[in-house]
Write a protein that binds this ligand. Structure first.
Ligand SMILES: NC(=O)c1ccc[n+]([C@@H]2O[C@H](COP(=O)([O-])OP(=O)(O)OC[C@H]3O[C@@H](n4cnc5c(N)ncnc54)[C@H](OP(=O)(O)O)[C@@H]3O)[C@@H](O)[C@H]2O)c1
Length: 270
C-alpha cells in the first residue's frame, strides 16, 4: 500500500484526549510536522493538548468535541474535520472497555463498547474512505488490539468489537487496493492508560508492570508502520510472540491461557 508523508498534512485523531491517541497526536505534530484535528468528548483536555502542540511545534491543532457513541458522532466528526481543511489521514483511536464477567456489565455498557469501538470506527472509516478515494490519496489507521486477534475472556465484548474492526479494515484494504489509500491496523498490546485504570485492570497487573508497553514508543511505532503502508502490525516482542503462538496452538489451549491471564483476582464461579 502507498507510503504516507504527513508533513504539512492535516491528520484527524480520535481518542486524542488521553492515552495512545494523545501520544499519536503529539508525535504527528512534533515529529512528523503534521497539522492535527484532535477529537474526543472532553473539550478541556483537547484544548490543553492544542495549546501544548502549538507552543511546542509549528503545527496547528483543531479541536472537535464529539461523542462518537452517539449515532450522529462520526458524521459530525467528518463534517467538522473536513471543514478545517483538506484531510490527509484518519487515525481511529477512541475506545472503551469493561473488565469482568460479561453479565456483570450493564447491557448499556456493553452496547456503548460496541457503539464506540466498532460502529463509530466503521462509520468514520467509510466516510473518510470515500473522501480519500475521491482524491486518490489518504490513509486510515485503526487501533485495534491483540485482544481483537484472540478471544479475551473478561473483556469479551471489547475483544469482539476489536475483532470486528480488524476484519473490517483488512477486507477494505483488499477491496480498495491500488486506489491510493493506505489502510492499516495497529493491534496494540497493554498500555498503562486511563482505559486500564478505569476498568480496574490495574488491580490484576499494576501500572508499573512490565506487561505494559511504553506509550510514546508505541505511538511512534504505530505511525512508522502506518507511514510505510503496512496492512497490520503488533508492537513489542511479547505481543508479537503471543500473536504467533495463538495462531499455532489449539484454540482451546489459547482460550484457557488467555482466560488464566485475565481472570480477575476475585473470580469465583457465579
Ligand atoms: N490500554 C491498553 O492496554 C490498550 C490495549 C490495546 C488496544 N488499546 C486501544 O488503544 C486505543 C486508545 O486507548 P487508551 O488505552 O489510550 O485509552 P484511554 O486513555 O482511555 O483513551 C481512550 C480515548 O477514547 C476517547 N473516547 C472514549 N469514549 C468516547 C466517545 N464516546 N466519544 C469520543 N471519544 C471517546 C477518550 O476520550 P473522552 O473520554 O474525552 O471522550 C480517550 O481519548 C483504544 O482504541 C483501545 O482499545 C488499548
Amino acid at each position: 500500500m502507498p507510503r504516507l508523508d504527513f508533513t504539512g498534512r492535516l491528520v484527524v485523531v480520535t481518542g486524542a484526549s488521553s492515552g495512545l491517541g494523545r501520544e499519536i497526536a503529539l508525535s504527528l505534530a512534533l515529529r512528523e510536522k503534521a497539522h492535527v484535528v484532535v477529537a474526543a468528548r472532553r473539550r478541556d483536555r483537547l484544548e490543553a493538548l492544542k495549546a501544548e502542540i502549538e507552543s511546542r511545534s509549528g503545527s496547528h491543532a483543531h479541536v472537535i468535541a464529539v461523542d462518537l457513541g452517539e449515532a450522529e458522532g462520526p458524521q459530525i466528526l467528518f463534517r467538522e474535520a473536513t471543514a478545517r481543511g483538506e484531510v490527509g489521514a484518519l487515525v481511529n483511536c477512541a475506545g472503551i472497555t469493561f473488565y469482568g464477567r460479561t453479565l456483570d456489565a450493564p447491557m448499556a455498557t456493553c452496547m456503548q463498547i460496541v457503539a464506540v469501538n466498532q460502529v463509530a470506527t466503521m462509520q468514520a472509516t467509510m466516510l473518510f474512505l470515500r473522501y480519500f478515494l475521491d482524491r486518490g490519496s489518504g490513509g486510515i489507521l485503526s487501533v485495534t488490539s491483540v485482544s481483537g486477534l484472540l478471544p479475551t475472556p473478561y473483556q469479551t465484548v471489547y475483544s469482539a468489537s476489536k475483532h470486528a474492526v480488524q476484519i473490517f479494515m483488512e477486507g477494505l484494504s483488499r477491496e480498495y487496493r491500488g486506489r491510493g489509500v493506505s489502510i492499516c491496523t495497529f493491534a496494540a498490546g497493554s498500555m498503562a492508560t486511563e482505559m486500564i485504570t478505569g476498568a480496574g485492570l490495574d488491580r490484576k497487573y499494576a501500572t508499573g508492570s512490565r506487561v505494559y508497553l511504553d506509550l510514546a514508543k508505541t505511538a511512534r511505532y504505530a505511525l512508522s508502520s502506518f507511514k510505510k503502508g503496512k496492512l497490520f502490525c503488533v508492537p513489542g516482542i511479547l505481543y508479537k510472540t503471543i500473536v504467533v503462538l495463538s495462531r499455532l496452538l489449539p484454540r482451546r489451549l489459547v482460550l484457557s491461557a488467555v482466560g488464566h491471564i485475565y481472570a480477575p483476582r476475585d473470580s469465583r464461579r457465579r
